[in-house]
Design a protein around this ligand. Structure first.
Ligand code: HEM
Length: 534
């Protein structure tokens, strides 16, 4: 019905009722009972008490009272879209993953972009890392590449994740600032965590205030493995390159945009896709073998390090196109459950201690957030390939085994069976050693790549880093934390450290921070690290 031809009936209290007529659907309860009056509760007389017998009212309010689910413990604010991944060429030489066997193969995809620190209702243009999580609904199950727009991370070991996240989120007593890192706790933790210095250079750079999701790179961060049909392993890093190129805004633009339109990135993605202007990324892989890994300057298991693109050139292997917004934000974007441990046969993990911890954490968090073990029954999380298993029951079970057998082996010839060739096999890595709680010595160089990133920036980009550090550290009230940060910067770039110290009004420079491994200054600048291409 148009806005004009609706039948409105005035009730006894002057309230308006919209009445179903013609082929208009009739309002029902969630049990399906047709509703006669949705404007008034059931009472004794017009002014009497409401009756507990009013099942329609009770159901409506009960459901409303339960609308909220816990927001994600990190990456709470996000925005997603549907699309597809198209494989360029067969990668059978490296991986037996079905998605990479046939040129032109199209695989449905869902992507969620996010900020990390802010709550669900925070603003889009915070200086923050952006999540870039991709779910590929392959014929061999869901493959989630749960990445960020920055190729390295703050910490080297997953056991530090709760501390890091507590430090970056609002301070527990005052509950501010809600969505930025400009506060004592964050910089206290960072200044006591030298492994975070490379990440900090990225987060203080223009990379941390993207112009829109459409102009962002994405990175799988960790080293993974490809396994081919002969179970031969090749190490692989995943990178998403935006077709529109890389663009950011500057800080004063970000501040204005946040004030004027906190949904700026959401609106940009919505508008672009509705206008048929479908954003696109190329998936690239950096492939290398054990020999390269053994000879590389840094440990390929260390998530605070990159392999420069000049050393291992990223090879484009397919494209991701986002062409459809969700019909319902909650059902899809809010309930989507990404998990690093979702990999198809032919993709495997490395021993990166951050990745190993993540593989535990994501399942655990989805159980809590989505309310039980059946979150794969939610359509956005359900694989789009055939599934056959004997898992059953639990809260909200939508699918249960059909027929007599709910176990195997069984004598009835019923139900699915294992398949040694087609099934998932882990790489038979030869592991041996003492059980110890130690950080690898090969992870100890915390400054060289931070410096390499800084020198790779244009002069303007370097100025932005200095301004960002000055702004953020000027909000830190405890002098010793500021000094500790400058002492780290001295190991990265003396000019940068001096500028920041001077702008912060420090009379003298602190001592350089002790470095477990002396920072190197022989690493060449990398073109891929600057947004502004010369
Ligand atoms: C959520 C990326 C490290 C635990 C996310 C999301 C992304 C992401 C993109 C949002 C997913 C979405 O859009 O729904 C990363 C990257 C990491 C990293 C790139 C490091 C390289 C970790 C670590 C842990 C962790 C070390 C824990 C040990 C979580 C949890 C969530 C999350 C619990 C919330 C998931 C949910 O409720 O759906 N992460 N993360 N992450 N991450 Fe990470």
């Amino acid at each position: 019905a148009s806005l004009h031809d609706q039948t409105l009936v005035r009730g006894t209290g002057g309230e308006l009722h919209q009445i179903a007529e013609g082929d208009t659907e009739i309002l029902t309860t969630s049990q399906g009972a047709p509703v006669a009056d949705d404007q008034n509760t059931l009472k004794i007389g017009q002014r009497g008490p409401t009756l507990i017998e009013d099942f329609h009212f009770r159901e409506k309010i009960f459901h409303f009272d339960h609308e909220r689910i816990p927001e994600r413990v990190v990456h709470a604010r996000g925005y997603g879209a549907h699309g597809y991944f198209e494989t360029y060429d067969s990668l059978a030489k490296y991986t037996r993953a079905d998605i990479f066997q046939r040129a032109g193969e199209k695989t449905p995809a869902f992507v969620r972009f996010s900020t990390v620190a802010g709550s669900k209702g925070s603003f889009d243009l915070a200086r923050d890392v952006r999540g870039f999580a991709v779910k590929l609904y392959t014929k061999e199950g869901n493959w989630d590449i749960v990445g960020n727009n920055i190729p390295v991370f703050f910490i080297q070991d997953a056991i530090k994740f709760p501390d890091m996240v507590h430090a970056v989120k609002e301070e527990p007593d005052r509950a501010f600032p809600q969505a930025q890192s400009a506060h004592d706790n964050f910089w206290d933790f960072i200044s006591l965590t030298p492994e975070s210095m490379h990440m900090i250079m990225w987060v203080m750079s223009d990379r941390a205030i993207p112009r829109s999701y459409r102009f962002m790179e994405g990175f799988g961060v960790h080293t993974f493995r490809f396994l081919n049909a002969k179970d031969e392993s090749t190490f692989v890093k995943f990178l998403w390159k935006p077709k529109l190129g890389l663009q950011s805004v500057v800080w004063n633009e970000a501040v204005k945009i946040n004030g004027a339109d906190p949904d700026f990135h959401r609106r940009d993605l919505w508008d672009a896709i509705q206008a048929g202007d479908f954003p696109e990324w190329e998936l690239c892989v950096q492939l290398f073998d054990q020999e390269f890994a053994d000879g590389f300057d840094f440990d390929i298991l260390d998530p605070t390090k990159i392999i420069p693109e000049e050393i291992i050139e990223p090879i484009p292997v397919g494209r991701l196109v986002l062409d459809r917004m969700p019909d319902n934000f909650f059902a899809e974007t809010e309930q989507v459950a990404f998990m690093t441990q979702n990999v198809p046969p032919g993709v495997d993990f490395s021993n990166d201690p951050l990745l190993q911890g993540r593989n535990f954490s994501y399942l655990d968090t989805q159980l809590k957030r989505l309310g039980g073990p059946n979150f794969t029954h939610i359509p956005i999380n359900a694989p789009k390939c055939p599934m056959h298993h004997f898992q059953q029951d639990g809260h909200m079970a939508m699918r249960n085994p059909v027929g007599r057998a709910n176990y195997q082996p069984n004598s009835w010839g019923l139900g699915p069976r294992e398949h040694p060739q087609k099934g998932f096999r882990s790489f038979a890595d030869a592991e041996e050693g003492q059980k110890v709680r130690l950080r690898a010595e090969s992870f100890a160089d915390h400054y060289s790549q931070a410096r390499q990133f800084f020198v790779s920036q244009t002069v303007t980009e370097q100025k932005h880093i200095a301004m960002a550090l000055t702004f953020e550290l000027s909000k830190v009230e405890t002098p010793v934390i500021r000094e500790r940060m400058v002492s780290h910067l001295l190991n990265i770039d003396e000019g940068l450290a001096e500028t920041v110290a001077e702008k912060l009004g420090m009379k003298t420079l602190p001592k350089k921070a002790d470095a477990a491994v002396a920072p190197r200054d022989d690493l060449p600048a990398s073109d891929a690290l600057s947004i502004v291409k010369n």
